[in-house]
Design a protein around this ligand. Structure first.
Ligand code: FDM
Length: 213
């Protein structure tokens, strides 16, 4: 489309377990949009490049220990520190394809047993996605896609708990799309593209930015 710049870009989020294929789907969606002259870029959380992100990265690679509440708040802070820039990018007309966000934050911490409402609280007021694609895959199948690495959380027993939390977070407000991540990579991508284009169009037409609540 050529009506691309009239208003803001869309915030398109991909969520799912490790090995669900989020990252390749983000890359393909970027290539697709770029081809169609739709300005877009990929963002991923955690953003390990910031000071907070470096603390998170050190925790994930088990180079440091933090209690569950503290790491939860650091992940949230890592989104807050990028909030202004995110808003500016969206308002400039750029669509953001985001690889993990608040729902990973909530699901991973709640899977450890932290109170769900407490987990949600620091996310309130962040920018909310316009569409969420949940790449759904049975944890056993994801685990079978290759050896987990050495990072924290890369254990089947824990991934099962995270999956339960994700399913619990989904709702029918129209933004959530459950995608069968066991389908072929091209089929999944076509599905994501078809669902994304009308959302991007709506945002270009001036649909207001949403807040996490
Ligand atoms: N993760 C990610 C969280 O626990 N909370 C968060 O807020 C976010 C964004 O960190 F295991 C977890 C999810 C995953 C790890 O790994 C980050 P990747 O490979 O960078 O997605």
């Amino acid at each position: 489309g050529s009506a691309a710049f009239s208003s803001r870009g869309a915030f398109i989020l991909l969520e799912g377990l490790d090995r669900s294929g989020k990252t390749s789907q983000c890359e393909r969606l970027l290539a697709f949009l770029t081809d169609r002259q739709i300005p877009a870029e990929i963002w991923r959380y955690p953003d390990r490049r910031t000071t907070v992100g470096k603390m998170i990265s050190s925790y994930l690679s088990k180079k440091s220990e933090l209690d569950d509440a503290t790491i939860h708040l650091l992940f949230a802070a890592n989104r807050w520190e990028k909030r202004e820039e995110m808003e500016a990018r969206l308002r400039s007309g750029c669509t953001l394809i985001v690889d993990r966000y608040s729902f990973s934050g909530i699901a991973f911490s709640a899977a450890k047993g932290l109170d769900l409402d407490w987990c949600k609280a620091p996310e309130v007021g962040l920018i909310a996605p316009d569409a969420i694609f949940y790449l759904q895959i049975p944890p056993e199948i994801a685990a079978g896609r290759g050896q987990y690495g050495e990072e924290r959380y890369e254990r089947l027993s824990f991934q099962k708990l995270v999956a339960k939390q994700f399913e619990n977070l989904m709702n029918d407000d129209g933004r959530w799309h459950v995608i069968d991540a066991q389908k072929g990579i091209d089929e999944i991508q076509r599905h994501i593209q078809e669902l994304s284009l009308p959302v991007i169009e709506r945002c270009h037409q001036g649909a207001p930015l949403l807040d996490m609540r």
